[in-house]
Write a protein that binds this ligand. Structure first.
Ligand SMILES: [Fe+2]
Length: 340
């Protein structure tokens, strides 16, 4: 039978001017010959230039000290974010009140997510306070290089090291080919042995060495056995970091009530945990079209959409996907054991 896949060429081509990143799903993106001629290198350069222009506009919303820390390291740490009583109440509510949740397993790690739409937020006023904090919003927008509204949810990360399959998120990696941001408000201490977030300081910058590595990597990414790598979330090896003049990853150990914002174009990972651990976080993602010249608010900022982004995403996936990785586990408390 003759393949009709070529009919999808306009869709694949349209993906090149958006955030499409998978070298497996998009044959144009994955084509080694096109990448030899500089397709990936050009996308990454153009995206970086657009991000720099947007960041210059967004910079005025950010505390100068936070901006300096971000520009230097690619991540920012804020301690004692909530007043103590508000923080304690948030943690207590999450420990005792069952909330609608989804779970996903990646090897040894189960991730639980509860979208914080308007109805859930009524029970979590302290979370709403963080979401509405202009200082925090300005910081994640600067890190993501977009004026959009972040997608917020409660996240629980449960490590079960007795299981054999490793967690792919423990490989040091970049999430995608352009600046994009994640935020965590940690709801308990995360020490050296608790599988902390780790980040390679300074790896958020597109240096000539990084660009050359991206180009080399793009030539073989499609056929790489590491699935996330082939899907455009490039994994990096220790000697490659050294060749790019980058330091080793730094473990971001934190006290409870500490917030971390990072550009996950920079290299990062979850540290493998040698013991069973469970941690709760108020978490946010912020990403937009990497080539957009627009630094202002977008569709995600519209009332009715801004706080429902995760709910809308899940509803869409439920509607379209036959086997969606985020399994609905009903109402559970944030610190309960895994249900999948
Ligand atoms: Fe990541």
């Amino acid at each position: 039978m003759i393949s009709l896949d070529w009919l999808k060429t306009p869709i694949w081509a349209a993906g090149l001017v958006g955030g499409t990143k998978s070298f497996l799903k998009n044959p144009l993106l994955g084509d080694p010959k096109l990448n030899e001629r500089g397709l990936h290198r050009t996308r990454i350069s153009l995206a970086w230039r657009a991000a720099e222009r947007r960041r210059a506009i967004l910079a005025q919303r950010v505390d100068p000290d936070h901006r300096a820390a971000f520009d230097r390291d690619g991540f920012v740490i804020l301690e004692n974010v909530l007043p103590e009583a508000d923080f304690d109440q948030l943690v207590e509510t999450l420990r005792t009140r069952p909330l609608p949740a989804r779970e996903m397993r990646q090897g040894q790690t189960v991730t639980r997510m509860t979208p914080v739409g308007p109805s859930v937020l009524r029970d979590l006023p302290a979370a709403e306070r963080v979401i509405d904090d202009r200082r925090i919003r300005g910081l994640i927008q600067y890190a993501a290089s977009t004026g959009g509204f972040p997608a917020w949810f409660i996240q629980t990360v449960i490590a079960e090291p007795d299981r054999e399959t490793p967690d792919p998120q423990t490989d040091v990696h970049a999430d995608t080919f352009h600046p994009t941001a994640k935020l965590w408000l940690f709801l308990q201490d995360v020490g050296e042995d608790d599988g902390p977030f780790m980040y390679v300081p300074g790896s958020h910058r597109l240096t000539p060495e990084r660009l050359a590595w991206e180009h080399r990597t793009s030539l073989t990414a499609r056929d790489d056995p590491r699935l996330h790598h082939a899907h455009g979330s490039f994994r990096v090896r220790p000697h490659e970091l050294a060749e790019m003049g980058l330091p080793e990853p730094r473990k971001v150990t934190v006290k409870a009530n500490t917030l971390v914002v990072a550009d996950t174009f920079g290299f990062h990972a979850r540290t493998p945990s040698g013991k069973p651990t469970l941690r709760m976080e108020l978490h946010a993602h912020l990403r937009q079209n990497p080539f957009s010249p627009w630094a202002g608010p977008g569709v995600t900022s519209l009332p009715g959409i801004n706080r429902r982004q995760v709910d809308l995403f899940l509803a869409y996936k439920d509607f379209t996907a036959r086997s969606f990785i985020w399994k609905d586990v009903g109402r559970v408390t944030a610190n309960s054991p895994p249900h999948i």
